[in-house]
Design a protein around this ligand. Structure first.
Ligand code: 87F
Length: 517
């Protein structure tokens, strides 16, 4: 039984999405977030309010990841958000490139501070002086601390909710080991957890790999990354990074222990740092959302199921009304007991159709409709947010069928995103095919020589070539950056034979390039 169109449908205009995702992606993204109740704009540029709908997702990520790292022996702590200029300068070399983004506090009221104090853009310089103090003997190792905090980076590029904000939430893990082997193994363990946050919680596929020398964290030894893909723009996006810092920071900060094998000798500890931020949420929204609004993966959705009474008209008997209303409450009760995050929408000033659109906007994964006919048949009608597919479920089965359906939706969402990603990662062996592939919204894997200068030329050449080919000459065309050297290497590189697709010299590996965020 379909819902009857009620008279208020036209009088109560729904705040629906007016920019199609395919036509005006930036405006679509903004509308989906605000109308879907995830985010509110704020009067400091680059800062946004995370409303409960998005903060809930962050809490789910937090809960899961926190459990996983604690199982690895990581402990949470909290360090101050302020850094003295003296300490920040200590690792000048790597801060140098980032310096323009560091925000400073210079005043209290009207009084100038004696010396300006920086707000942490990341906490290496905050934490490592204390690592030097706390780590004395190899028995103090490993030291594994994490903090859940916010950091401030005063970016001047165009801000974007979740993707590029001046303050953002993240976790930053900082660990210290006696040996390189231990450190390197942790880097990969953490990277795996990051990939699982994306794939298992957010239904977002990612590619794991290593950053090139040009793109790695300059202060570190090597950087590993999870790279995602935004189909609407054809751009790659860095999802999270796990760095092996080597002994660089331990030398700078004097974090040493006595060599357990050679009396009187010191060893600089091996360190890692790793971070995952609220960017995750933006990626999830961009990938799954559609022209009706958000599409939330069930595992992170604050509301997984909305139950809506349907088929009530002026002719409906009091008995039928009562049966429907109490049925709706009973369905919600049973589902809640089954561990489902469920709400009912019994607002009587809106028609069912209006409510459907309202919950679609918010991305609720599953809608359950229940009307007089359903009561008679002792069933409910379920409707997936993803495909709109309907399925009736006997009332007696809902406590097992609905959780199963939610898991199916989670899988459906991942598979769809994965298929899209796979279609848009293309392998190219000749330079002539490179820019056309980028322009077709692909990430491009090429046999590559591994030389930094070649990478710089790829960026310049692809930017120039793209703007030559662009229809609108003013269109700024972004050059392609290397995203990662995927751990899972395709076949086809023959030592001494295969040539770099960009410079023609000997190729040593496949590297993935793309326009990126
Ligand atoms: C901006 C200003 C100052 C990034 C910055 O990735 C310093 C930095 O060091 C800076 N932006 N970085 C690199 C951060 C490295 C690392 N820190 C811990 C992470 C993960 C968590």
């Amino acid at each position: 039984m379909g819902p009857k169109k009620a008279a208020n449908d036209s009088k109560t205009p729904l705040i629906s999405i007016t920019s199609p995702k395919e036509e005006d992606f930036p405006s679509w993204y903004q509308q989906v977030l605000t109308k879907g109740d995830m985010l509110e704009y704020y009067d400091v540029s680059g800062c946004y309010i995370m409303k409960p709908g998005s903060y809930y997702v962050w809490e789910q990520i937090q809960g899961w990841f926190d459990g996983q790292i604690k199982a690895l022996g990581v402990q949470n702590a909290y360090f101050p958000m302020f850094v003295s200029s003296r300490v920040l300068e200590k690792e000048k070399d790597h801060v140098e490139g980032f310096a323009p983004e560091v925000a400073w506090v210079t005043k209290a009221g009207t009084t100038d501070l004696e010396e300006p104090i920086a707000i942490r853009p990341t906490s290496e310089t905050v934490m490592y002086p204390y690592y030097a103090k706390w780590i004395r003997s190899h028995r103090d190792l490993p030291l594994k601390l994490n903090q859940w905090n916010s950091v401030v980076r005063w970016e001047f590029k165009h801000p974007q909710p979740f993707l590029r904000t001046r303050e953002f939430l993240w976790q930053e893990g900082h660990t210290a080991f006696l040996t390189q082997t231990e450190a390197e193994s942790e880097v990969l363990q953490i990277l795996d957890l990051y990939a699982r946050v994306y794939s298992e919680l957010l239904a977002v596929p990612v590619i794991k790999g290593r950053k090139t020398e040009k793109e790695k964290f300059a202060g570190g030894f090597f950087t590993t990354t999870t790279e995602g893909y935004i189909p609407a723009t054809g751009r790659g996006i860095q999802g999270a990074t796990s760095h092996c810092l080597g002994q660089n920071f331990s030398k700078m900060f004097g974090i040493t222990v006595e060599d357990p094998n050679k009396v009187g000798e010191k060893i600089n500890v091996w360190q890692n740092s790793w971070g995952l931020s609220t960017r995750t949420i933006g990626v999830m929204v961009m990938i799954h959302g559609d022209d009706k609004g958000l599409v939330m993966p069930p595992r992170v959705a604050q509301t997984q199921v909305v139950v809506i009474p349907c088929g009530i008209t002026v002719k409906t008997t009091e008995e039928d009304k009562t049966n429907v209303n109490s049925g709706v409450e009973e369905i919600a009760k049973v589902l809640k007991e089954a561990g489902v995050r469920v709400i009912t929408d019994t607002r009587d000033n809106y028609s069912p159709g209006w409510k459907f659109s309202d919950w679609e906007l918010r991305g609720v994964p599953l809608r359950i409709e229940f009307g007089p006919m359903d009561f008679k048949k002792q069933q409910v009608m379920s409707v997936r947010r993803t495909s709109g597919a309907k399925q009736s479920i006997p009332l007696s089965d809902i406590s097992s069928a609905v959780p199963q359906l939610l898991e199916d939706i989670q899988t459906e969402m991942y598979n769809k995103a994965k298929a899209q990603f796979d279609q848009h990662v293309v392998r190219v062996t000749k330079w002539d095919d490179f820019v056309p592939a980028l322009n077709a919204k692909n990430l491009v894997q090429i046999p590559w020589c591994g030389v930094m200068q070649c990478e710089e030329e790829i960026k310049d050449k692809s930017a120039r070539q793209a703007s030559d080919e662009a229809e609108d000459e003013r269109a700024p065309s972004m050059g392609a950056k290397s995203l990662c050297i995927p751990f899972e290497q395709p076949e086809g590189i023959v030592k001494g034979e295969t040539k770099c697709a960009a410079c023609g010299k000997e190729a040593i590996q496949w590297c993935m390039f793309g326009r990126s965020y």
